[in-house]
Design a protein around this ligand. Structure first.
Ligand code: ADP
Ligand code: MG
Length: 319
């Protein structure tokens, strides 16, 4: 199968989006954004051996390649619309491509996202999705708006993806393997993010661990925060281990575990009822974990009020 047959067979589908004026097949796609909207644009790359193992289920990889991008748009409050896929593949493996695109398009269809272009080349496996979303002009939720006194929230539960990885690699008991879908099939919080427009003062998605990611909000907003460990939502396998003899692992998962793709956001105290209503509407639990302070720095306190040194966040280039 040559490159163009491969694109035709696996990536090109009927265009059902009237805003896509020119779909896959020309030198560039043409889209018409809705009047009064701005575009939110982001790209994320998944590299074999770094972000996924060679034997990963390709359907899950197709899901995740798009999910991590949708998560970035969720954090901005944007509505995802269009995606482009840059792919390096070691071979035109039809079974692999069929499964990969099944995972990718299933998620794309759930969120009304059209694949409008890409690039395909032979090489070590590497998948790079560019996502484009729409926002009413001026309404994006950035990292820079947190104010002293605001509440700090997170959605869902934190640390599950890293605990599942620890269980899969034999570093903790098998019961945590039940959390593996959190690692392999992250659910982007798109509906929550959209509803937080005009309510949240700052937001991001937790991809590299809470302390590092919340640190980005604090730096961009020039504020600090007090966070209560006991208020950070975690699922039963983590909660059980926190009380037992795996406390260090739990702290690493909850505070520095990547790949959770939950939203961390701030909102004024006056918006508490509104945030609770939004969480109900979006069908995603949110928890209040702390407070933004004028004093810089992130202070985390344990169940007894003692301060905890934050574990280091993931950094591809850390020495
Ligand atoms: P060009 O040579 O102009 O870069 P290509 O031959 O690479 O164009 O691609 C032909 C068409 O197929 C373009 O519209 C491109 O956007 C699309 N395309 C290529 N690879 C992919 C892919 N993996 N997913 C979606 N569209 C793709
Ligand atoms: Mg090309």
């Amino acid at each position: 199968m040559n490159e163009f047959a491969l694109i035709d067979r696996f990536f090109r589908r009927d265009n059902r989006d009237p805003a896509v004026r020119l779909p896959i097949g020309d030198d560039a796609a043409i889209v018409a954004p809705a009047p009064g909207c701005e575009l939110a644009i982001s790209v994320d790359m998944l590299v074999e051996g770094r972000h996924f193992l060679p034997d990963v289920d390709p359907e899950l990889l197709g899901h995740k390649a798009l999910a991590v991008n949708l998560s970035d748009l969720a954090a901005m409050g944007a509505t995802p619309r269009w995606a482009l896929l840059g792919g390096a593949l070691p071979a035109a493996d039809e079974a692999w491509l069929a499964a990969f695109t099944r995972g990718l398009f299933a998620l794309a269809d759930r969120f009304g996202v059209s694949l409008i272009g890409g690039d395909t080349t032979r090489g070590p496996r590497n998948l790079c999705v560019t996502i484009i979303g729409e926002l009413p002009a001026g309404t994006a939720i950035t990292r820079a708006g947190a104010q002293a006194g605001d509440d700090v929230y997170v959605s869902g539960t934190l640390g599950d993806a890293m605990l599942a990885l620890a269980a899969l690699s034999g570093r903790t008991a098998d019961d945590a393997i039940a959390l593996r879908s959190r690692l392999e099939r992250p659910e982007p919080r798109v509906g929550l993010g959209q509803r937080l427009r005009g309510v949240a003062t700052a937001a991001l998605d937790v991809s590299d661990g809470l302390t590092g990611d919340l640190g980005h909000i604090l730096a961009a907003s020039k504020v600090g925060a007090d966070v209560e460990l006991a208020a950070i939502p975690c699922s039963p396998p983590l909660a059980q281990r926190l009380a037992g003899n795996e406390r260090d692992l739990v702290l690493a998962c909850v505070l520095a575990g990547g790949d959770d793709y939950e939203l961390c956001f701030t909102a004024p105290v006056a918006a508490r009822a509104r945030v609770a209503g939004i969480a109900r509407e979006a069908g995603v639990p949110v928890s209040r974990i702390g407070t933004i302070t004028a004093a810089p720095g992130l202070r985390i306190r344990d169940e007894r009020g003692a301060s905890i040194a934050p574990p280091r966040a993931f950094d591809h280039f850390a020495a």
